[in-house]
Design a protein around this ligand. Structure first.
Ligand code: ADP
Length: 167
């Protein structure tokens, strides 16, 4: 019988990737033959990093995981999942505040594509409070951000925030 790859997809903004995201990627990668990290080209929010920059940053910090592929996409996660042959969408849950939105999105996605399921990984407690927006806020006030990010990402944020302030 032909082996069909079991593909999962982890969509998000990742602006930028934090240790919380990386933990979810490492754990989810063990559950699939291939895990696609899908970076949303976000037209409504104004991101700190372009989608291409976010893809490169994630590639850089996931080099040690063989079965992870990083791509950007536009549109609905379910459409992109289908196009990539993924039957499972992975999301992370930090707190009750995530739950309502995530549940609504998972149910909407399931209504649109019955064959695609969403699974949730609960955050590692070390990262339960962590979000990209909090990190950006701390960085914008010159706070210490190395607790929250893969080391390679820290100077990139600091440089981008300096650039923004000098403009
Ligand atoms: P989105 O804009 O789609 O919410 P994010 O980049 O903020 O994108 O998050 C992508 C996914 O990762 C979401 O499911 C979010 O709940 C999850 N996530 C974000 N931060 C953490 C964290 N610290 N621990 C676990 N999951 C997280």
């Amino acid at each position: 019988m032909k082996h069909v790859d079991h593909v999962g997809i982890y969509p998000g903004s990742f602006d930028p990737i934090t240790l919380g995201h990386l933990d979810i990627i490492e754990r989810a990668a063990k559950m699939f033959d291939k895990l696609i990290v899908a970076v949303l080209i976000n037209r409504s929010k104004s991101p700190l990093f372009s989608a291409d920059e976010r893809v490169k940053m994630i590639q850089m910090v996931t080099e040690h995981i063989d079965n992870v592929e990083v791509v950007s996409f536009d549109g609905l996660s379910v459409d992109f999942a289908e196009a990539m042959g993924a039957k499972v969408i992975v999301r992370g849950l930090r707190a009750v505040t995530d739950f309502e939105y995530e549940l609504q999105m998972a149910q909407t996605n399931r209504a649109m594509r019955h064959e695609i399921d969403t699974i949730f990984l609960t955050t590692d407690l070390r990262y339960a409070y962590l979000s990209s927006s909090i990190v950006k806020e701390v960085a914008s006030y010159g706070g210490q951000i190395d607790l929250f990010l893969p080391p390679a990402i820290v100077p990139l944020i600091e440089a981008r925030i300096r650039e923004k302030k000098s403009n």
